[in-house]
Design a protein around this ligand. Structure first.
Ligand SMILES: [Ca+2]
Length: 417
């Protein structure tokens, strides 16, 4: 979707002569008695000036310089190594290492096989919180299974860096989405660690709708685990079998932290440790959710969007049993990922959320105030944005996702002087 504010400007024009001209036309068209016309004209001129100013602001030049660093084939995610180099995943299954100058391009071998098709393939990459002592990295990917079924999986392995690249060894799968289903969409599979070292995984609804409300499935959920994949005893649903007569005590529900998610692709903790998730809505209704323990975010029972075939989905405000999004978007922004900005290079953005926008082809800046969130700014980038991350010095690093052309650039954003 294009930025609606840019559309506004296109339809109204911003020059003062346009404003005057339109006012005259309106007055003539509506045949307003002449004694009101001057006042009306003044009011409308003021209104149009305010609108024009807003439009000018929306069209203001980007507050950062954009430098192209490297080019990748369908890049999906990135993370920074302690030595400053960047790990970049490509959906077809490659894990690349590249210097911040775009040079010294290397590959990591020993990765799990990925099931590349549709939205599936290689996904996220994050370092273990104690990477420097453990060497562990975590990767997510789509995994094939008998019968043409698929599911998201998260594996970890020890990354050994060498002159000519890197090797992943001692690879073990720490989580698998359950159950595996047919289809190629909505894996989710964003990975994050919190300050206490818990492993968080977002699990998409696999375009299957109702499993998001099914406690015997990890589809459409947020998952919280120990770093080795074991289940924390204080997860909200570990004793769920005692509250539901139809489930036994060997289900997958102990992994679940929250439910009713659709395709959560953005997941990050703010500077106060609060977890936020940005997820793709259906036709309309993309969401920014503030995650609470055991929360139910309503999909597919409620959504501020509708089904793609036009069928209605009741809006969130029709059912207070579900947790409402803090922000939602129609037209959609299509969040690719989300990060919190903690650097000093863009001081005004400290503590803000930044969302990579795919269909919106933009970076969206969100200001937080406790439990509230406000869209503060939207930076048009001219391409679908898959990922935005903060680098070690506080600059922003961006991955484009021009999957149709089979290429996507790695960009570095620094403040304009
Ligand atoms: Ca709706």
């Amino acid at each position: 979707m294009e930025d609606p504010r840019v559309r506004l400007m296109g339809s109204f024009g911003i020059g003062s002569s346009n404003v005057r001209c339109m006012c005259r036309n309106w007055v003539e068209y509506w045949d307003i008695p002449i004694r009101y016309a001057t006042t009306m004209k003044r009011i409308i001129t003021i209104m149009m000036s305010v609108l024009a100013m807003a439009c000018v602001q929306a069209q203001a030049p980007l507050p950062f310089d954009v430098a192209e660093v490297a080019t990748f084939d369908e890049p999906w995610a990135m993370t920074f190594l302690p030595d400053g180099r960047i790990l970049v995943t490509e959906k077809k299954g490659r894990l690349a290492i590249v210097g911040q100058d775009g040079q010294s391009f290397r590959e990591v071998s020993g990765l799990p096989d990925v099931d590349y098709f549709g939205q599936g393939g290689f996904g996220d990459v994050v370092l273990h919180p104690d990477f420097e002592s453990t060497g562990l990295i975590y990767v997510s990917y789509a995994e094939g299974a008998p019968g043409g079924t698929r599911g998201a999986a998260v594996a970890r392995g020890v990354l050994t860096l060498a002159e000519r690249g890197g090797t992943l060894s001692d690879v073990e799968v720490v989580w698998r989405q359950y159950p595996k289903v047919v289809g190629y969409g909505h894996y989710g599979h964003r990975i994050a660690f919190d300050d206490d070292g818990y492993l968080w995984i977002s699990s998409g609804d696999r375009q299957k709708f109702t499993p998001s409300q099914d406690m015997q499935s990890t589809i459409g959920k947020l998952i919280r685990l120990h770093d080795d994949g074991s289940i924390p005893e204080d997860n909200p649903f570990v004793d769920y079998f005692s509250t539901d007569a139809f489930v036994d005590d060997i289900g997958v529900y102990p992994e679940i932290w929250s439910l009713g998610h659709r395709n959560p692709l953005g997941m990050t903790f703010d500077l106060d440790g609060q977890l936020w998730v940005a997820e793709m809505g259906p036709a309309g209704g993309d969401e920014l959710n503030r995650i609470v323990r055991g929360g139910n975010y309503g999909y597919p029972a409620v959504s501020n969007g509708e089904h793609y075939d036009g069928r209605d989905i009741p809006d969130h405000d029709t059912n207070p049993d579900f947790d409402e999004p803090i922000l939602w978007w129609t037209p959609t922004i299509s969040p690719g990922n989300m990060t919190v900005y903690s650097g000093d290079v863009f001081p005004d953005w400290h503590g803000n959320l930044l969302i990579a926008g795919l269909s919106s082809r933009a970076i969206i800046r969100i200001e937080l105030d406790g439990e509230k969130a406000t869209e503060a700014e939207r930076f048009p980038m001219g391409a679908p944005i898959r990922s935005v991350m903060q680098g070690p010095e506080g600059a922003l690093w961006v991955l484009e996702d021009e999957s149709r052309e089979g290429r996507g650039r790695l960009l570095k954003l620094t403040p304009k002087n």
